[in-house]
Write a protein that binds this ligand. Sequence first.
Ligand code: FAD
Length: 478
Amino acid sequence: MSDAFDYDLVIIGAGVGGHGAALHAVKSGLKTAIVEADVMGGTCVNRGCIPSKALLAASGRVRELRDDHHLKSLGIQVGQVGYDRSAIADHAKNLVSKIQGDLTNSLTRLNVDILKGWGRVVGEQKVAIDTAEGEKIVTAKDIILAPGSVPFVPPGITTDGKTVFTSDEALKLDWLPDWIAIIGSGYIGLEFSDIYTALGCEVTIIEALDQLMPTFDPDIAKVAQRVLIAPRDIDTRAGLIAKTITPGNPVVIELADRETKEVVEVLEVDACLVATGRIPAAKNMGLERVGVELDRRGFIPVNDRLQVTRNGEPVPHLWAIGDATGKMMLAHAASAQGVITVENICGQDHTVNYMSIPAAAFTHPEVSFVGLTEPAAKEKAAAEGFAIDTVRSYFKGNSKALAEGETEGLAKVIYRKDTGEILGAHIIGLHAADLIQEAANAIHQGQTVTDLSFCVHTHPTLSEVMDEAFKRAVVVPV
Ligand code: FAD
């Protein structure tokens, strides 16, 4: 370490991005400090992945145990199935505190200094921290900004945290409304509709775009509509925006036509979850002190190496990762960016291959994908002058899925017809979130559908759904 600085690396934000960067920095021999203004672990641990998966696990069991038809087909009978809302909420709360503790210990064990307080850049290679004891200045050879994101609440919507709320409050599961409107059909809205319907609530999903689940591949969205929406107590409105939402009892929602903005319907519901995306939390970090302007949407501008840019040029020794960069707002993407950034700080020249980063919605069944959707792949193919092909395989033909009595779903692989390069993979079905990893690794390693078709998959496992798809692919070299 250079004696000229207090640290080799100071990271602002101890979410999963900052945490991943800190662990890799220690491994790379850097003296590291991490600055955190709130609770350790950021969104993922406290208000995101972890509590939502705990609620999904518990509510998913309730759904399964109440599915007489399914249980009967396996020869099982159960009596009345009940649940305790506050005990489910405690399961999520306890898991959060366990993982928060583990994450903190993993840093202290490696001698990463945890500096509590609001961090700001106050000059090149200089950070000020507003601690409980007053301002503390530290110098660092390199600085990584990892401030994350917060829920976006569109104009016209008032939240009170009780009847109208975002995922931050919903995860506490303080109460269960009879009827809840969910604004947004992205993965957060879908996961909550899974939780609420499993626990007996009626849900209305409101989506501004013309189709529900707009980020999914169209084939997957079609199956998701049939499996995750249609058979459940879910009512949907697409192409409408929530123009105003007023908290209270009832919550009043004015739905307007997306184009004309004219109110076309008024809903009166018990509660409303606003799941309309997230915005970066990059304000008040002193970026103006080093001449950096946030982009139009408030993200920190970075280049492919994750260096913060000023008028398009990298600012020396200043880096940014995670949700605040707006590249891919996922926990594992943030931490991958952290690792790559540390590599670059140490003199390497790496970039993140976002095409190989998978994403999942942990609904029952799960939905997952990596790479491009079919329409996006077609666009790329047209622009670059090659042909694509797609293959599908179905859970209903898989022995393990049949044994589980869970045969809904399909896997779809999109590939270059001439080379077999995988452009995208999409799965809906049992354990889809685990199954996607094979395609993600293949994209990362540049393996083709042909390469994968020769890989041996354990029988009988769900991985054979992917095996089947790879084997069905036909590559025609030109
Ligand atoms: P964050 O986790 O937001 O952490 C940023 C940290 O920086 C915070 O602790 C904040 O307090 C701190 N901070 C900010 N500014 C300062 C400052 N100036 N000084 C000091 N500290 C500061 N992703 C998945 O991959 N899988 C999932 O299943 C999943 N589920 C989700 C479910 C929900 C309901 C939500 C909301 C999100 C979910 N996500 C999921 C997304 C995931 O949580 C985020 O992508 C991830 O947390 C981003 O990590 P980050 O490190 O960029 O930021």
